[in-house]
Design a protein around this ligand. Structure first.
Ligand SMILES: Cc1cc2nc3c(=O)[nH]c(=O)nc-3n(C[C@H](O)[C@H](O)[C@H](O)COP(=O)(O)O)c2cc1C
Length: 111
């Protein structure tokens, strides 16, 4: 998404890998810049990916940050935290047991 574009969206979906229990710096910067951009959105939702025991840590931090910088932006759905296979810094794939909730999340957001 280009922060310089003048566009309106029904929904903005923001995702980040969990790095050290948080969303990554580039996503943090993106969220901070959104209120002063030309982008207009009706709702938002977030997701993260994680490997260890950090279920929902990054989604909660993203939601807190969005709530701080854009308190009037409505949440379309609770954030989704997605487990990926592997150890340490693996790129995945998504753990098979988490695939159904990804599908449900997509369906909920599309409605
Ligand atoms: C620098 C770094 C720090 C990470 N820290 C954590 C962590 O604290 N907890 C965790 O569950 N996963 C951690 N991970 C694993 C990432 O969450 C995982 O690799 C990522 O979600 C996979 O998505 P990606 O392919 O988009 O990077 C870390 C990965 C990297 C590269």
């Amino acid at each position: 998404m280009n922060l310089k574009e003048d566009a309106s969206y029904d929904l903005i979906l923001i995702g980040s890998p969990n790095h050290f229990g948080k969303h990554v710096g580039s996503v943090k910067k993106f969220i901070n810049k959104l209120p002063n951009s030309q982008i207009k959105a009706n709702k938002y939702a977030v997701f993260d990916t994680y490997i260890l025991a950090d279920f929902e840590k990054a989604v909660k931090k993203m939601e807190e940050q969005i709530n701080e910088v854009m308190p009037d932006l409505a949440k379309a759905s609770s954030g989704l935290s997605i487990k990926v296979e592997g150890k340490g810094t693996s790129k995945g794939p998504i753990a098979s047991e988490d695939l159904p909730k990804c599908k449900e999340f997509g369906i909920e957001l599309a409605q």
